[in-house]
Design a protein around this ligand. Structure first.
Ligand SMILES: Cc1cc2nc3c(=O)[nH]c(=O)nc-3n(C[C@H](O)[C@H](O)[C@H](O)COP(=O)(O)OP(=O)(O)OC[C@H]3O[C@@H](n4cnc5c(N)ncnc54)[C@H](O)[C@@H]3O)c2cc1C
Length: 430
């Protein structure tokens, strides 16, 4: 074993007497953070990308790895673009709405913020009305507090642009908890969630950690069974290979985890774990020589209700990212593969005009149907927060859980903070 004292970063797992092996089904590190390099050298993210100021675990990790954060798209000049079935609107803050809608939006957002402040991020189940708040969808709640139809529509557009599930299928309690987690003064906003990005590329975070772990990562090792016993655990790969260990930290996303046989963990814990679900999304990326939209007064952020893309945001100079939300994934998958690229580019042309018709490269990644991801971010339908219950994110030593689903709502912050917490707990007990 190497000298642990020579390892200042990520060093806890190198404590004397402790070692770790990471079993990874893919042939690469990073999973749903993934990047590629354009011919001109620009690095382009095909998965997770941006973070918010309150994502302290992730920010800390970036610093430890010697990487840097730079402002992301919310700081860019220009106005937002919205493509509705009635036409294209270039105006910020849902400028296409009327005065009555705007007043309604501000009022219900205030009510949402007030409710959100009552939710304990770590224990939403303790809210006196947790069951009622979880049973109602965000859409039903908006209508119940008098939101106009266009306010509900604006929230639906925002969820689609995020690649999240519809407001009609999102638990109010889950949404309140999510905003409470970042201290947001209202509905999801980019300043709180998406203000920064890793200058070297978010996938570089995972690749740098993988370099450090070196041979301790076993690639192409699909876990099929985890047997947990008080004195030790066994993990069996699909190849039949057996790994004996003191503790297991299970960091699989909700979908792939359902296919792993787990014994020795209480039914209650497993039931809670298996109740998670993801929003199934695809990501598209369009690369151009320059950010041509800026000369048109557009900031590159768009919301769209007419196609399968929920919207776009500028990932970096000349590069637009876009998500296909779960509600629109089936129409995307129904298209003949030969037509898909052209259809998606036509949608971007509707947002940004003819120059958008000539990308120098475009990418499409179906994360929602990738068998080792089956998703994007955690989705909480009405009733899900109570069904998963207070065991969410908890450990049953020597079986520990980590991964973004064990945090409030997914995200890279969730992966890092739960990973650190699980490792700390396993080392403390171990
Ligand atoms: C398109 C897209 C855009 C996103 N954008 C953002 C963003 O801008 N900001 C943000 O914060 N978050 C974003 N996210 C979410 C974020 O990337 C994820 O929440 C986070 O990376 C998940 O990390 P994880 O470690 O929990 O899970 P994963 O990264 O999914 O890692 C799980 C690992 O388990 C492996 N695995 C699965 N099954 C098995 C098995 N049986 N045996 C062994 N290994 C297995 C997988 O191969 C994978 O490597 C985005 C996600 C996607 C898909």
């Amino acid at each position: 074993m190497e000298d642990w004292q020579g390892c200042p970063r990520l060093g806890t797992w190198r404590r004397p007497g402790t070692d770790v092996v990471v079993l990874e089904a893919r042939g690469r590190a990073g999973a749903c953070v993934l990047q590629t390099t354009l011919e001109d050298g620009r690095i382009v993210q095909l998965g997770g990308e941006v973070i918010g100021e309150s994502h302290t675990s992730y920010r800390g990790l970036v610093g430890e790895l010697g990487l840097s954060l730079v402002p992301a798209f919310p700081a860019l000049p220009g106005v937002e673009t919205t493509v509705l079935n009635s036409g294209r609107f270039l105006e910020d803050d849902f400028g296409w709405m009327g005065d009555e809608d705007r007043a309604s939006y501000s009022r219900v957002e205030g009510e949402f913020a007030a409710l959100s402040r009552q939710v304990d991020v770590d224990d939403p189940w303790s809210h006196p009305e947790a069951e009622r708040l979880d049973a109602i969808s965000v859409g039903d709640w908006l209508r119940s507090v008098g939101a106009t139809p266009d306010v509900v529509r604006s929230r639906e557009l925002a969820m689609a642009a995020l690649g999240a599930e519809s407001v009609e299928r999102t638990s109010l309690l889950a949404d309140l908890r999510k905003e409470a987690a970042v201290g947001s003064p209202g509905f999801y906003n980019y300043d709180h969630w998406e203000a920064e990005r890793v200058a070297e590329g978010s996938a570089t975070v995972a690749l740098t950690m993988a370099d450090e772990l070196g041979y301790r990562i076993r690639y192409n090792t699909l876990v099929s069974t985890i047997d947990v016993r008080p004195g030790g655990c066994s993990v069996v790969a699909a190849s039949g290979e057996l790994f004996d260990c003191d503790s297991v930290i299970c960091a699989l996303p909700a979908g792939p985890l359902r296919r792993v046989r787990i014994t020795g963990v209480s039914d209650e814990r497993l039931k809670s774990l298996r109740r998670h679900r993801h929003a199934l999304a695809s990501k598209a990326v369009f690369a151009y020589p320059t950010s041509f939209w800026e000369a048109q007064g557009q900031n590159g952020s768009a919301y769209a209700e007419t196609g399968v893309l929920g919207g776009t945001w500028p990932q970096r100079e000349g590069v637009l990212s876009a998500l296909v939300p779960p509600e629109r994934l089936a129409p995307l998958l129904a298209s003949a593969p030969a037509l898909v690229e052209g259809e998606l580019i036509d949608e971007v042309v509707k947002m940004f005009g003819e120059p958008a018709g000539q990308p120098i490269a475009s990418f499409l990644r179906h994360w929602g149907i990738d068998p080792l991801t089956e998703g994007y971010i955690t989705a909480w339908r009405p009733g899900d927060v109570m069904a998963v219950g207070p065991l969410h994110g908890t450990h049953e030593p020597p079986f520990y859980v980590a991964g973004s689903d064990q945090w409030v709502c997914g995200y890279m912050e969730g992966a890092v903070c739960t990973g650190r917490a699980a490792a700390r707990e396993a080392l403390r007990r171990g």
